[in-house]
Design a protein around this ligand. Structure first.
Ligand SMILES: [Zn+2]
Length: 293
């Protein structure tokens, strides 16, 4: 997925943070998600421990402290930090319209923090091992840039889309926070049919809604999504399925421990959102409160 070269955005609730090197919380879920994504993208599994922050020095990033170099869509197609920054604009602009229309809720933008190595969030310390996450306490989405940088180096063509998909998924959790449903997720009570899985699948479905709107209309930030890009999207969604991750990490496939859903569930959830553009198609919690537009 590529941004239109001539579009331009600035401002927004975005910051860069981190850079610390101390110990941080190790997030099992996020780490596994990153392993799944990384393996999907063609990486050598032997590299994974380093990516997850247990190895030696982290790579130096070429990106600056600010977003000043992210002037146009062309910059967003070139630099990882600008791509994440512009994806945030694209996702926010979609929800500004869709959330009031379909859920009768006002949308407020979440913050975006790109960090290197470790950072402090309203939900505690985080590192590359934590994986991308959304913190409801401060309403910021956190992304470790070092990981994205390495993912791009090893991952080839599908890495840019994977980055955008992750942003749209995390903002999906912000929408759930605004809806008041995010708290229903309980990772201590997992399973294929659990609320934890339903909440994760809904965030995938919301990412699909974004993809369905992102290239539509005069103000669209994205070039028209191609068949190949949609395939890459679905492959990404499937790669981070719990069954796939369990298999890849050499374990048994055990649906009772799932927290994010199977490959097929995640693939289907993205597709549900993409093909309809409707929150009602993502109503895995059976709330029945959405309007079709
Ligand atoms: Zn999630």
């Amino acid at each position: 997925m590529t941004f239109r070269g001539d579009i331009s955005r600035s401002g927004g609730k975005a910051r860069k943070g981190g850079g610390g090197r101390g110990m941080a919380v190790g997030g099992g879920l996020g780490g596994l998600l990153l392993v799944g994504l990384f393996v999907l993208l063609g990486g050598n599994p032997a590299q994974v421990p380093e990516l997850l922050g247990q190895g030696g020095d982290q790579a130096q990033l070429e990106t600056g402290e600010s977003f000043d170099h992210c002037q146009t869509g062309e910059d967003a197609n070139t630099y990882d930090d600008c791509r994440l920054y512009y994806t945030m604009f694209s996702v926010n602009e979609m929800w500004q319209e869709v959330l009031p229309a379909q859920a009768e809720l006002q949308y407020s933008e979440p913050g975006l923090e790109l960090f290197t190595n470790t950072t402090r969030s309203g939900c505690g310390a985080a590192s590359a091992a934590t994986g991308p996450f959304y913190c409801p306490a401060d309403q910021y989405a956190y992304f470790d840039l070092t990981f994205f940088d390495q993912m791009r180096q090893f991952g080839g063509d599908s890495a840019p889309f994977a980055q955008m998909y992750i942003v749209a998924h995390e903002v999906g959790h912000h929408v759930q926070n605004l809806e008041g449903t995010l708290g229903l997720s309980d990772y201590n009570d997992p399973g294929a049919d659990s609320n934890a899985v339903r909440i994760e699948l809904q965030a995938d479905c919301y990412a699909g809604i974004w993809a369905s709107y992102a290239d539509k209309g005069e103000d669209a930030l994205l070039e028209p999504v191609t068949e190949e890009e949609l395939d890459a999207a679905l492959t990404t969604a499937a790669a981070v399925g719990d069954d796939n991750i369990q298999r890849r990490s050499g374990g048994e496939v055990n649906p009772e421990s799932w927290t994010h859903g199977s490959s097929e569930q995640r693939r289907q959830a993205f597709l549900d959102g993409y093909t309809t553009g409707q929150m009602s198609s993502c109503d895995y919690l059976d709330r029945g409160v959405y309007r079709t537009t």
